[in-house]
Design a protein. Structure first.
Length: 294
């Protein structure tokens, strides 16, 4: 009887080849999504393949090194989600991935928020696969909250780990990645995704759709990265300029690119960098790509 039970449990311990292939595909889409965010331009204040934005400590090459270091993490956390791993396992995988990122970049934080955000989404996508649930934005969000929502809520109140985001959150009551995660990433599913889908439905193409999604996120998100660099005044500047861009029709306006570049230059002059919105854009790109392929 013991031998029969061992045989019966074996598939849960070792993912089937098809599941391994699935996790590798999700990891590839996560890396591709973060590269799409990096390659996007104009992207106010942020590092791109065109320039370094408001940063003098990182370049596009820094981001590419980070992406290379993270590729296995996304597959591992998708497998963990498929196995319904508890939150402390997901957290450990994220901490290990962050350490690899910092080694690859010489100590520069390029993707800490993305490790958290896209990692959790990969876990939720893996859980949907295990439960044989069709991949839709609503299903991915529901899986995240159903399996790890309570732990994410507790995690959002944990300020023990020092970071620029933690400092800004405590000083200015700004929301960050942890708060987003605890609520099932509303900025991804309720703000960024609709903006992306509207632009795509209007035939404006992937680049313009991503710009629209980024500006929608900047207009909405209380970004701890911005508060760290520019305080409340900087945060107000980001939201005001992003909302003006959106109000003018976003990339549907004939002069959208000129206005987006002007916004970029203004952010660079003020040393503002909405990195939180950039991480969320990467998450939007991931959810869209995964659901489009399913």
């Amino acid at each position: 009887m013991a031998e029969l039970n061992t045989v019966a449990r074996a598939p849960a311990l070792t993912p089937a080849p098809s599941d391994q292939t699935f996790c590798q595909r999700i990891a590839r889409l996560a890396v591709v999504s973060l590269h799409a965010e990096l390659a996007l331009y104009p992207k106010p204040g942020l590092v791109s393949l065109v320039d370094n934005g408001s940063h003098d400590d990182m370049t596009a090459t820094t981001f590419l090194r980070s992406l290379f270091a993270l590729r296995r993490y996304f597959a591992a956390i998708a497998r963990a989600g498929m196995a319904d791993a508890p939150f402390h396992v997901l957290k450990r995988l994220g901490i290990e991935a962050e350490a690899r990122m910092l080694r690859a970049t010489g100590g520069i934080n390029t993707h800490r928020g993305a490790i958290f955000c896209l990692g959790l989404l990969c876990a939720a996508i893996g859980r949907c696969r295990a439960d044989r649930i069709a991949l839709t934005p609503a299903a991915i969000r529901a899986a995240l909250l159903r399996h790890w929502g309570a732990d994410l809520g507790a995690h959002s109140g944990d300020s023990a780990t020092p970071s620029h985001g933690t400092t800004a959150r405590l000083r200015y009551a700004a929301s960050g990645a942890r708060e987003e995660g605890a609520r099932g990433f509303p900025s991804v599913f309720d703000v960024g995704m609709p903006a992306l889908q509207r632009a795509l439905a209007a035939g404006r193409g992937a680049r313009r759709a991503r710009v629209d999604a980024l500006f929608a996120l900047m207009a909405h998100v209380s970004d701890t990265n911005v508060y760290h660099r520019g305080g409340p005044a900087g945060a107000l500047t980001v939201r005001r300029m992003a909302r003006a861009f959106v109000a003018r029709g976003g990339t549907a306006a004939p002069d959208w690119e000129t206005r987006a570049v002007a916004c970029h230059r203004a952010f660079v002059a003020a040393r503002l960098s909405p990195g939180g919105a950039a991480d969320l854009l990467g998450a939007v790109c991931l959810v869209h790509a995964v659901c489009a392929e399913d």
